[in-house]
Design a binder for this molecule. Structure first.
Ligand code: AKB
Length: 315
């Protein structure tokens, strides 16, 4: 297995690289990112290279030279940033995906591209959102995610490219900070509370969204890609979730563990609009049935682990 991760320096990639190294061996993983400072951070113990996934020629050469047979395409501008510059979001998100699919077709690679709860919209059923349902997002990020799901399925049915994907909810982690997402509050709060004892939340207190703790997200990335293809009814993309909570519920769980922590709300209208259009909770039974998805972290165990890890990091 020779694996290439493009967009490796983001929240998921930073932790996916060591996760894949443990499974497939360090020498078989190449971590690629556009930013030189990120490449030097990634290169501790891994094969890290500078690559712009929009540069088709350079991308093709990397895949050819390294005999890559699996691509994790993690290149993306997230939901809130995407609303600041929709055209850029389209160009980056769709450009990287199309290049990945074309290269995969030519070199017979499998491709994992994360989709998101952002693929759903206000007309989607919000509670226990089914796997197959209305998808009419009203953000550019969501439009890219739905288009990406369709394109990935098209490359599978038309050209036989082994494309697979999950719809990630908010991912909570203590490695690299997320950036530009609507669910970022659920990570930021831990840093702020441990640094200053208070946090100002941009999302209304009773808005529910699905979340996953990073170890479960990493397992989703590898478990789905290693799943028996004959069992997959769906491919692009599977609902996955481990917990659904509102800011109020998360903060009350943190408050129980951090004495005197204070929370207030200054609602960001863009994030408010996006978060209220997303599901409150997903039905992930297809992922459970078709490839054995079974998350292990819930909100309480995640809060314990995050507080310990970030307190250690801040020291
Ligand atoms: C975002 O908030 O944009 C992402 C996502 C849920 O896809 N974290």
């Amino acid at each position: 297995m020779n694996v290439l991760i493009v967009g490796a320096g983001g929240q998921i990639g930073t932790e996916l690289v060591p996760h894949l190294q443990k499974i497939y061996g360090e020498d078989n993983i190449i971590a690629a990112d556009l930013r030189p400072e990120v490449v030097s951070r990634l290169s501790g113990g891994s094969r890290a290279i500078m690559l712009d996934a929009l540069d088709m020629k350079a991308y093709t050469e990397v895949v050819k030279e390294n005999k890559i047979n699996r691509i994790y395409n993690l290149v993306a501008l997230l939901s809130a940033t995407g609303e600041k510059n929709p055209l850029l979001a389209w160009n980056i998100n769709m450009g990287a995906l199309l290049n990945s699919l074309e290269i995969a077709k030519e070199f017979n690679c499998s491709v994992f591209t994360p989709s998101s709860i952002g693929a759903f919209g206000k007309d989607t059923p919000h509670v226990k959102t089914p796997q197959d349902t209305v998808m009419r997002p009203n953000t550019m990020y969501g439009v890219c995610k739905v288009s990406g799901e369709l394109l990935s399925d098209y490359y599978y049915s038309r050209y036989g490219v082994d494309t697979r994907s999950v719809r990630f909810p908010g991912i909570i982690s203590n490695g690299c900070l997320p950036g530009g997402g609507t669910t970022d509050y659920a990570v930021e709060v831990f840093y702020e509370v441990l640094k200053s004892g208070e946090y100002t939340c941009p999302i209304p207190e009773n808005t529910y969204m699905d979340m996953l703790y990073m170890p479960d997200a990493l397992n989703a990335c590898t478990q789905l890609m290693d799943a028996d293809p004959s069992k997959l009814v769906h491919r692009n993309s599977f609902n996955v979730t481990a917990m659904s909570f509102s800011p109020k519920e998360l903060f009350s769980s943190i408050e129980k563990r951090v004495n005197g922590a204070k929370f207030k709300y200054e609602i960001d209208p863009v994030k408010d609009q996006i978060s209220s259009s997303w599901p409150d909770s997903l039905d992930d039974s297809c992922a459970r049935e078709e490839w054995g998805w079974k998350p292990v972290w819930d909100m309480e165990s995640m809060v314990d682990d995050m507080l310990t890890a970030i307190a250690a990091k801040l020291k």
